[in-house]
Design a protein around this ligand. Structure first.
Ligand code: AN7
Length: 402
C-alpha cells in the first residue's frame, strides 16, 4: 500500500492522473507503507536476482504484473586505476549504461509503464532530452501501449533518437528546448490525450530508487560516504535520497551518503541555488551544454533535489563542457567504462571537488554514470583523435601507427 502526497503541503492526492497538487500546485511524491518490508531481513531480498524487482516491497505497483525488460542489476565497478590518478582512496562507478535501453531511465519506466497499465491508459507520453523517450518507447512497446515523445529540436543525441524511432513511438520534434516540450506534454496530459511519464510522475522516481538499493546491496550493506550524480530535470538525486531514507527508517543502514549533484556550467540553476543557500532556484532561460541529456534550464524536480542535497550535507557543483569531455575519456581510457557526456559530469565533478578539497581523499565515493557512451556517437567522434588511414599493407599500417 502507498499514498500519493504533495511534497510541499503534505496533502493526500486522490486523482491518479494529476501531475501536481490540486491545492497548492506542489510536486507529488509517494509515501510507501513500509510495514510489509519491516518483516524482511535485507539479505532475504537476495532470493531474487539483482535488479529493480528484487526491491518489490519498496515499489508502489504489483510486481506480478510488471512490464519488465529485466532492468537494473547494473555493474558497480571498483575503479582501481582511476583512484591512483585522482589521489583518492576508493571510487566505485555504478554503470547505468548497462540497462536494457542504455540508461538509468529504465528503472523508473518499468514502474511507470506498469502503473499506466494498472490505470488502463492506452497512450503514454513524455518530453525528453533523449533517454526518457528511448526508454518509454521500449517499455510502451513491451506493454502494448501507444507512445508519443516530444523532443527539443536538433539537440537529441543520435543513439537516443534512433531508439525512440525504432521502438515505434510517435516522435515529435518541437521548436524549442526541453523545458518548452515539457510544458506542452503536461498540457496534453491534462487534456487526457496521454498519460504523462516524465519524472514529475511520482511513480518514476520510485523505480529509480533502486539504483541506491543496489549500490548498498553490492557493497554488502556498507554505506558510501558520498554519492555523486549528474542533475538535469533533478528527479534522480531525489529518488536516491528517498531510497536511502526508506532503508534508514527500517534500520537497514545507519546513515545517508552526502548526495552531490553535478550540472553543466551552461545549465546550472540548482548549483546557483545551492551556492546562495536557497531551497528554490531561478530557471536558466538559455541552457546550453555538450551534455544534451542535462540541457535543462527549469528542472521540474529542482526543489526536491535541493532538499536531498541540503538534508544530506551534500554539495552541488558545475563543470564545463571541456571538463566533461576530458572526464569521459579519462573514465573510458583508464577503466574501460564508456559513458555519455552527461554521465561523465559526475566524474568531472568528483575531480573538481577533490581538487578544491570539498571531497576529502579518504572518502568512499560512488559516482552514478547514468547513460551509455553509444547514446551519443557524434560527440565522441568530435572529441577523440582522428582515424588513421593506411594502404592495405602491413608496412603502411606500421608506418601510420608508429
Ligand atoms: C544520461 O531523458 O531528462 O536529474 O528527458 O539522460 O533525473 O533529470 C534525462 C536526464 C542524467 C539527469 N544523465 O537526470 C530526459 C532527461 C542522463 C540523462 C540525467 C539525464 P535527472
Amino acid at each position: 500500500m502507498h499514498k500519493v502526497r504533495c511534497f510541499e503541503c503534505g496533502a493526500d492526492v486522490e486523482d491518479p492522473l494529476l501531475d501536481s497538487c490540486p491545492k497548492c500546485g506542489g510536486l507529488l511524491t509517494i509515501e510507501m507503507d513500509l510495514d510489509a518490508a519491516a518483516g524482511i531481513r535485507p539479505y532475504d531480498l537476495r532470493k531474487r536476482p539483482l535488479g529493480v524487482w528484487r526491491y518489490a516491497p519498496f515499489l508502489p505497483v504489483d510486481a506480478s504484473k510488471a512490464i519488465s525488460l529485466q532492468e537494473g542489476g547494473t555493474p558497480l565497478y571498483d575503479c582501481q586505476n582511476l583512484v591512483g590518478k585522482m589521489g583518492i582512496k576508493r571510487l566505485h562507478v555504478k554503470y547505468e549504461g548497462a540497462n536494457p535501453t542504455g540508461s538509468f531511465k529504465d528503472r523508473g519506466m518499468t514502474v511507470g509503464v506498469s502503473r499506466a497499465l494498472e490505470l488502463g491508459c492506452g497512450t503514454v507520453g513524455c518530453a525528453s532530452t533523449g533517454n526518457t523517450s528511448a526508454s518509454l518507447a521500449a517499455y510502451a512497446a513491451k506493454g502494448g501501449l501507444r507512445c508519443v515523445v516530444l523532443l527539443p529540436s536538433g539537440k537529441v543525441a543520435a543513439g537516443k533518437l534512433a531508439q525512440a524511432m525504432f521502438y515505434g513511438a510517435k516522435v515529435v520534434m518541437v521548436d524549442g528546448n526541453f523545458d518548452d516540450a515539457l510544458a506542452v506534454v503536461k498540457q496534453l496530459a491534462r487534456e487526457r490525450e496521454l498519460y504523462l511519464l516524465n519524472s514529475v510522475n511520482p511513480y518514476r522516481p520510485e523505480g529509480q530508487k533502486t539504483v541506491a538499493f543496489e549500490i548498498v546491496d553490492q557493497l554488502n550493506f556498507e554505506v558510501p560516504d558520498r554519492v555523486i550524480l549528474p542533475v538535469g530535470n533533478a528527479a534522480n538525486i531525489w529518488a536516491v535520497y528517498k531510497a536511502f531514507k526508506e532503508w534508514r527508517s527500517l534500520g537497514w543502514i545507519d546513515r545517508i551518503p552526502m548526495l552531490t549533484g553535478i550540472q553543466a556550467a551552461g545549465s546550472a540553476p540548482i548549483v546557483e541555488a545551492f551556492r546562495s543557500g536557497k531551497r528554490d532556484f531561478v530557471p536558466e532561460e538559455h541552457p546550453e551544454t555538450v551534455a544534451t541529456a542535462i540541457r535543462i534550464g527549469n528542472p521540474a524536480s529542482g526543489r526536491k533535489a535541493l532538499r536531498a542535497i541540503f538534508d544530506t550535507k551534500g554539495y552541488a557543483e558545475s563543470v564545463t563542457d571541456e571538463e566533461i569531455l576530458a572526464a569521459q575519456k579519462l573514465l573510458g581510457r583508464s577503466e574501460g567504462v564508456g559513458v555519455e557526456p552527461a554521465s561523465a559530469a559526475s566524474i568531472a565533478g568528483l575531480l573538481k571537488l577533490v581538487d578544491s578539497g570539498i571531497v576529502s581523499r579518504d572518502e568512499k565515493v560512488v559516482c552514478i554514470c547514468t547513460g551509455n557512451v553509444l547514446k551519443d556517437p557524434d560527440t565522441v567522434m568530435h572529441s577523440c583523435e582522428g582515424i588513421l588511414k593506411a594502404k592495405p599493407t602491413a608496412k603502411d599500417v606500421r608506418r601510420v601507427i608508429s
